[in-house]
Write a protein of this length. Structure first.
Length: 77
């Protein structure tokens, strides 16, 4: 399967929030499957795709970007 990026100039996605409380078909088929690959050990709430916050991400340094590149914020991990 070819890896795609909706925003090709986006070098990273960042979000202190995760999950969805609406059981969206879109979320389940994309974001939820992606987080299940992390495994339960990394974050059980992410694995179950339950709405929650990761406040520790607010203090993490963001990566450097090149010319015309950006970090897509408040995206789902």
């Amino acid at each position: 399967m070819k890896k795609t990026n909706m925003y090709p100039l986006s070098v990273k996605q960042w979000n202190p929030f995760c999950g969805c409380m609406h059981k969206c078909i879109y979320c389940e088929s994309s974001f939820q499957r992606q987080l299940k690959r992390w495994g339960k050990e990394k974050c059980p709430l992410c694995y179950e795709y339950k709405l929650h916050a990761h406040p520790e991400r607010l203090s993490q340094a963001l990566p450097q970007t090149g010319y015309m590149q950006f970090i897509f914020t408040i995206s789902s991990d």
